[in-house]
Design a protein around this ligand. Structure first.
Ligand code: PMP
Length: 383
């Protein structure tokens, strides 16, 4: 699964300890529904320069229970029954059911690989602009994009984002941009926020996650950044579903973000940058292992997952009595027989496109080196 098997940075843990041990009794009580004041201030300080807008902490920022909660508030708060939504595939799997629950109608446009042999890159997976435009019409309310993408690790280029932005403007749609892996970008790739492109702030909700940013997924705190007319309905949703997120978690995340913001001009000391530096050799180690055993990795430009092609494998999969796609059978066999777990990527596609994911598995590399090596030992034994 997508979480580290190591601890968050010590200062992040210390912030939580300090919040809980504080003499301030209010640390244990409800706080502001749309975000603890210290946290929304830190978030507006962090994102104002990144998005290129002076963000009002109370009006342009909202928080919820992880990026999951923020996605829910965005989809439920902004999509009405009958609204159409364009989702880029492969997509983080909750987008489809969330749109359905809101009564929306989703249309799917897959990234397609331009190369399939040998070691490839997530850069080789591209959208066909005409195909993407064919999913839009006058009823389209939103485009949902995940950048960097889970499970592929694609980091969309400026040109790709401009193409999507032009469609959002042409069809007057909003953009829900899930950017939980925003800091995990490798090589010379650059993560560009679609909200920072001309004319996009007014129509974009940018979503982030403390769990992903600080390697503390169990803390379940996420945020949405955007114009007041999109953030306000999300705040109403959150207020009436959850009311507020845990106060000590918000206080600790605020303290941790303030610390990192102060270190941003010293990339070696700032976790936003040092985590990516730590992850890149892990990505390369996993890619090398896969190649050694005859599996073809799609080397990700960002995120902490790797899609690996299993299409060439000769191994006969036992009949497990299901009609599940091949990757489900493969992963079930690998998990139970080899004791190595992965995620079947067809789960990240709509029904009619599941075949696009079924010759892959998704591995996660935000793991200790010894964990990746132990996975390598298993793979080397079997393949
Ligand atoms: N979006 C994407 C693309 C994710 O991969 C995840 C977690 N796997 C989330 C959102 C949810 O983030 P959180 O843990 O903050 O709810």
């Amino acid at each position: 699964m997508g979480f580290p098997d190591f601890k968050p940075p010590q200062h992040v843990i210390d912030e939580m300890m300090a919040a809980v041990a504080s003499d301030n009794h209010l640390m244990h009580q409800y706080t502001r529904s749309s975000g603890h004041p210290r946290l929304v201030s830190a978030l507006s300080r962090l994102y104002s320069p990144l998005i290129g807008q002076q963000l009002d902490p109370n009006k342009n920022v909202t928080v919820s229970v992880g990026a999951y909660g923020v996605l829910f508030c965005a989809v439920q708060g902004l999509i009405n029954p009958g609204d159409e939504v364009v989702i880029i595939e492969p997509f983080f799997d909750c987008y489809e059911p969330m749109v359905k629950v809101a009564g929306g109608i989703a249309h799917y446009c897959p990234l397609r690989p331009t190369k399939t042999e040998g070691v490839t890159s997530s850069k080789d997976w591209i959208l066909d602009p005409k195909e993407l435009e064919s999913k839009f019409n006058q009823n389209t309310k939103a485009l949902i994009v995940n950048n960097p993408n889970n499970p592929l690790g694609k980091v969309f280029s400026r040109d790709e984002l401009l193409m999507m932005a032009d469609l959002c403007k042409k069809y007057d749609t909003i953009c829900l941009s899930d950017e939980v892996y925003e800091w995990m970008v490798y090589d010379d790739n650059k993560h560009i926020k679609i909200a920072s492109l001309p004319g996009m702030f007014e129509r974009t909700v940018t979503m982030g996650s403390a769990g992903k940013t600080l390697s503390a997924t169990g803390w379940k705190l996420g945020w949405g950044i955007g114009p007041e007319h999109l953030i306000a309905p999300m705040q109403v949703l959150h207020q009436n579903c959850t009311y507020n997120c845990p106060t000590p978690v918000q206080e600790a995340v605020a303290g941790a973000l303030e610390f990192e913001i102060d270190q941003m001009d010293q990339p070696d000391k700032c976790y936003f940058f040092s985590l990516a530096k730590e992850l890149q050799p892990k990505r390369d180690k996993l890619a090398k292992i896969c190649q050694e055993v005859g599996l073809s990795p799609v080397v990700p430009e960002g995120g902490y997952f790797m899609m690996v092609s299993t299409g060439n494998l000769k191994t006969d999969l036992p009949d497990d009595g299901t009609d599940d796609p091949r990757d489900f059978k493969f992963v079930r066999w690998m998990t139970t027989k080899l004791k190595l777990a992965a995620i079947p990527p067809s789960a990240f596609y709509h029904q009619e496109h599941k075949h696009l994911g079924e010759n892959y598995v998704r591995f996660c590399f935000i793991k200790k080196d010894e964990t990746i090596e132990a996975a390598g030992d298993i793979l080397k034994k079997w393949f």
